[in-house]
Write a protein that binds this ligand. Structure first.
Ligand code: PFF
Length: 443
């Protein structure tokens, strides 16, 4: 393999992985979840989980993918442990549910993009009213259909390369726009209070808070890094053996985390300045706060349209990665051709998402179940497999591509003894929390 080819492979892999990781999770979900879960304490627990659990689990998926050269469903059979296929099936189920409402939120993004190009954004109460109109009802369903059709069209046509390349433009543009907006936000009257809320945890209650936010923070860590579903297994299956998986992981996690933190630095000053309590913003947080800000900025409608276009690309490249897992699962399991499988699944996922486009309570119901429970379960199963069943091969695999030799042992110890108990406790807390959520919503 010549030097140029090697380089191209690495970039393609990183772009695909970053394209999957960076999406609505960073810019839409992270700030509103932080708002709902009390601010800085959530940020601390989330960051700790990204480093201590997210990085090892991302490497688990990379190792499974590169070792087997297969998608998550075929991978375990290829590695001669077909009974662990259940991990792939959990991931595929999570994919169905996540994509069904992810596409609804993708539809909101399209509507906001169009608003910037047409009637323009409004501030204050108008911003909240606009969000309410956008988020539920026939418009939401229609744009959910548009978004889903685009995702299916891309998979069917295979213009995957174009989407990957879009990440080269998208990621730097999103960062530049977010930095600009964060700087603007720092000049607003609510900035000081916002930073206090977002960046300074109350150390006296941190431990107690940490337990209560654990399920949500773990769910977010997995969601934002595209973990637990096997997306990263699939992407790593195309990676050459000479790649250093560890340094690629560092880059992917670093970019993803930086974008999420930046999004918080944008959203909270705007919310505090508009007098909206961060916990009350809910799923509308970024839409209301940003539209309000764009309404007041010079050339705000144009900047807003550019921003939502970037967010649209980010959402599309993540949605695509989820759809890929679901489609390959169905092709594998039911032996159907790719094109009809894509169309059929797009329809199923569209229908599944309709309730979330009518009532935001369903959106939270889907979201918490898929992220806080299914993704964690998927990650737990894959970690148990690598740590306890496949350890010596895994160690050999991670060592390829010049990873420092001490690292393999350190990583495996973490995957064996640290990650499973943490995920098990998280899962138990998440199930209890989910049960209570259902009780309080429906009974
Ligand atoms: N990581 C994506 C985001 O942050 O928007 C969402 C996602 C993609 C979750 C792929 C799960 C997944 F497998």
């Amino acid at each position: 393999m010549d030097v140029r080819e090697t380089w191209a492979t690495r970039i393609g892999f990183i772009l695909a992985a970053v394209g999957s990781a960076v999406g609505l999770g960073n810019i839409w979900r992270f700030p509103f979840l932080t708002g709902e879960s009390g601010g800085a304490a959530f940020l601390v627990v989330y960051l700790a989980l990204v480093v201590l659990v997210g990085i090892p689990v991302l490497l688990v998926e990379f190792v499974i993918g590169r070792r087997s050269n297969r998608n998550p469903i075929g991978a375990f059979t290829e590695l001669n442990h077909s009974q662990w296929k259940i991990a792939g099936a959990v991931g595929a189920l999570a994919g169905f549910i996540i994509l069904s409402y992810y596409s609804v939120v993708g539809g909101w993004v399209i509507q906001y993009l169009l608003a910037g190009l047409t009637e323009g954004y409004v501030a204050g109460e108008g911003a909240e009213a606009f969000f309410a109109e956008t988020a539920s009802g026939t418009g939401a369903i229609a744009f959910h259909a548009v978004f889903m059709a685009l995702v299916a069209g891309i998979v069917a046509l295979g213009v995957r390369n174009g989407l990957e390349k879009a990440a080269t433009v998208m990621v730097p543009s999103v960062v530049v726009l977010l930095v600009g907006l964060a700087l603007y936000g720092s000049t607003l009257s609510g900035a000081a209070e916002a930073y206090q809320y977002y960046l300074y945890p109350d150390t006296s209650t941190l431990l107690a808070d940490a337990v209560s936010v654990l399920p949500a923070a773990a769910g977010q860590a997995f969601f934002t890094l595209s973990l637990g579903m096997g997306v990263m297994v699939t992407y790593a299956s195309y990676v050459g053996e000479d790649r250093n998986l560890l340094s690629d992981t560092g880059l992917i996690v670093g970019i993803d985390t930086a974008i999420a933190i930046l999004a918080g630095l944008v959203v909270f000053p705007f919310l505090f300045t508009q007098g909206i309590a961060p916990g009350d913003g809910g799923p509308g947080s970024i839409f209301v706060s940003l539209a309000g800000a764009f309404a007041e900025l010079p050339a705000g409608n144009l900047i807003g349209a550019v921003f939502f276009f970037m967010l649209f690309l980010a959402a599309l490249s993540s949605a695509f990665s989820i759809f890929e897992v679901v489609v390959s699962f169905v092709i594998d399991r039911f032996d159907i051709e790719r094109a009809p499988a894509s169309v059929g699944l797009a329809v199923v996922i569209f229908v599944l998402g309709i309730p979330t486009a009518l009532d935001l309570t369903y959106l939270e119901l889907y979201d918490q179940f898929a992220n806080n429970i299914l993704l964690i379960l998927g990650g737990l199963l894959m970690s148990l497999f690598i740590g306890w069943v496949y350890a010596s091969d895994a160690r050999e695999e991670i060592q390829k591509g010049r990873s420092a030799s001490w690292f393999g042992g350190f990583w495996l110890t973490t995957v064996r003894y640290f990650v499973p108990p943490v995920l098990l406790i998280t899962l138990a807390l998440a199930v209890i929390e989910y049960y209570e959520f259902i009780q309080s919503t429906f009974f």
